[in-house]
Structures are given as C-alpha cells and as structure tokens.
Design a protein around this ligand. Structure first.
Ligand code: SAM
Ligand code: SF4
Length: 339
C-alpha cells in the first residue's frame, strides 16, 4: 500500500466507520444516475424500467456534501458509476470538484465506454487516472446482443485512446454469462498478454430485472479452468486496499487477469465499502435490500452531524454476509445502485 493510499490514523475522539465485524469502511461507490445508453441483458434488459425523475436524483452539490462528510469519517476512495455516469449532464465539472475534495485519495470511474471518447480529456483534467470499462465480448455482433447497442468498435476505440493518453490501470469488466460469452474467456484473458489491461471476470449476480443468462451463473472456478488452458498463470499477492479480485499474471505479460466471485466465493469478510444510490440511499451492501435515506435527510435541512450519524448507523447495520449467500435474490436495480 502506498503512503498516499494509507488512511490516516483516527484523531482523538473522531468517529470512524468501523462495523460490528471490525471492518473499516474506506470506500464509497456512487451511482450518479440510474440512466443508461445501453440495455445489458444482465442489468436492465429491454423491458421498460421506471426511471427516476430529475428531482429524485441527488444533485451534484448534495453528493459532494455527502462525500466531504464521508471523507471526514475515513473514506479515502470513491468510485463514480451509474447507470452510465457519462450520460449525466455536467459530469466533467462534478468530477473536477470531487477530485478536489481534500483527504480523498482516489477517484475512479466505471463506464460502458460508449461516451468515453468525447469525455477522456475532461476526465484526465479532473485528475482521474483509473478507469473501469465494461467489455463482455470481443465479437461485435455479440456485443450488440448483450448490450442492445451495435457499438463494439466505438468502445474498443475509446479503450485504445484511453491507453494512449496514459490512463492506468484500465480494467476491463467482463460479466461471464453461460451460453452467451463463456466461450471467449481465453481470448479475453489473452488481451492481458498484449496490453497492460486488467481483465476482470465477474460472476453474474441475481439482481433486479437482469436475466442471469442461460442456466446457473458461471462460477469463478469454472472460469479459471477455461483460462488455465492458455498457459501458466502466477497468482499475484493482494494487499488490503485491493479490490475483491483474485489476480493472476502470465510471465512477461504487461497486463493481468482477475476473478470476482461475489456469489460462489463471497468476500464479505474483506468488505470495505458503502454505496450511495442515484436517489440518495446509503446502502450498506450491494446484495442486501436495506438502505438509509440520505436525500430526505438533506432536503429536510439535515445538518452535517446528522449526515455523519446516518453514516455511522449504516455501517453499524452492515451484515456479516450478503443476502444472496443465504439464498435470497435482491430486488435492487444494479443501474441505480451502481454495481
Ligand atoms: N454503466 C457502467 C458500466 O456498465 O460499466 C457502470 C454501471 S454498471 C451497473 C457497473 C458494473 O456492474 C459493470 O461492470 C457491469 O458489468 C456490472 N454489472 C451489472 N449488472 C451485473 C450483474 N447482474 N452481475 C454482475 N455484474 C453486473
Ligand atoms: Fe448500462 Fe452498465 Fe447496466 Fe449495461 S451494466 S445496462 S452499461 S448500467
């Protein structure tokens, strides 16, 4: 862990975001919109979904206030996600303000890449260097079938441009879907032999209206068997600030691969995160339906101290394991929570 990434020690008398299972919360994921310009089958497939009205979405200044409070409580890393964050107007200015928050050490962005090309300069000038881009396939027709948009080439071109501009790391998120893209894992993993990309293979989670592919989700154990056929992978050591991915690299490769098995190998014991939904719900867990209404508190004139107390309450309510580990399905919509 670099000096910059290390959370500062608690000051005397300061409240910290530590839950009942001794997990310290340092990471906030923010969905800035539930809207998206794609319709991924596992997230928000074609059927009409209720979209939040302008008024129901947190305003940027409300989000910034929440983040300042979270940082004072020890949050050090924020990910901006959605829906697709780049469809929201004014996102560039918001990212600049967010990056400028003192005490926040890392701001990252997750996008489907469709509007990335035209936003790259703005993102770079906001001081963001780390990008996650979703890319479930290397086949343009399949990309169209999964996302509803015939735009594989556009996303691939934006990934290349981001690389040339010096964004690093660039993580490519692949949700593995049985019978849909699970025959491509070797080809996707092979990208890491040619590019300094981090390919992240993700188990499909049973969320909201997303259809979880044909048959049971592909587990990371199954994914590893396939990818092993490509050659010898060495497991990389992860350090406490790493995400949940189990990471591997092939000797001499510029990039790496990782597996995220939120369902079959849940990593709840290492969870360091909270989520802020597009409509201002503070959610202790992606895969559990309860959340705390920060928006109503703020709009009713809540003080910073009351926001702080709600954070502490949300953290105290974190369960030891997510609900899906106990066989439940969550009703939450991934696009509003942010993945
Ligand atoms: N629109 C952006 C994108 O797709 O990258 C950001 C939001 S999206 C909800 C964030 C991440 O969640 C993406 O990497 C997406 O692939 C992943 N995701 C969405 N639905 C999922 C599901 N049912 N299971 C696993 N991952 C999912
Ligand atoms: Fe949109 Fe991302 Fe959901 Fe796909 S995964 S529908 S790109 S929010």
């Amino acid at each position: 862990m670099s000096q910059k990434e290390r959370p500062s020690p608690p000051r005397k008398g300061e409240d910290r975001l530590v839950d009942r299972f001794h997990r310290q919360i340092t990471y906030l994921r923010i969905s800035v919109t539930d809207r998206c310009n794609m319709r991924c089958v596992y997230c928000m497939p074609g059927q009409p979904i209720s979209r939040l009205s302008h008024d129901e979405i947190l305003r940027y200044e409300e989000i910034l206030r929440i983040v300042r409070t979270a940082v004072a409580l020890g949050v050090r890393k924020v990910r901006v996600t959605g829906g697709d964050p780049l469809v929201r107007r004014g996102i560039g200015g918001f990212l600049r303000s967010l990056s400028g928050i003192s005490g926040l050490e890392e701001v990252t962005l997750t996008t489907n890449g469709l509007l990335l090309n035209e936003h790259l300069e703005t993102i770079l000038s906001a001081g963001i260097r780390r990008l996650n881009i979703s890319l479930d396939t290397l086949k343009p027709e399949r990309f169209r079938d999964i996302t509803g948009r015939d735009e594989w080439a556009r996303v691939w071109a934006a990934i290349g441009k981001a690389h040339r501009m010096g964004f690093s790391p660039i993580k490519l998120n692949v949700v593995v879907l049985r019978g849909i893209n699970d025959d491509e894992l070797q080809d996707l993993a092979a990208l890491s032999l040619q590019w300094p990309f981090h390919i992240r293979f993700i188990e499909c989670m049973p969320m909201g209206s997303g259809v979880a592919s044909h048959g049971p989700p592909v587990t990371i154990d199954e994914m590893k068997v396939q990818v092993a056929g490509l050659g010898d992978w060495t497991q990389l050591q992860s350090h406490p600030n790493d995400g949940p991915a189990e990471r591997y690299r092939m000797e001499g490769a510029p990039g790496e691969i990782g597996f995220i098995g939120a369902i079959s190998h849940h990593f709840c014991h290492r969870c360091n995160r909270l989520r802020l939904t597009a409509s201002g719900g503070l959610r202790p867990c992606l895969l559990a339906d309860h959340q705390f209404d920060l928006k109503s508190l703020i709009r009713a004139g809540g003080t910073d101290d009351e926001i702080r107390k709600l954070f502490l309450e949300a953290v105290r309510s974190k369960r030891e394991h997510h609900a899906v580990a106990a066989g439940e399905r969550t009703s939450g919509q991934m696009s509003a929570i942010g993945g």
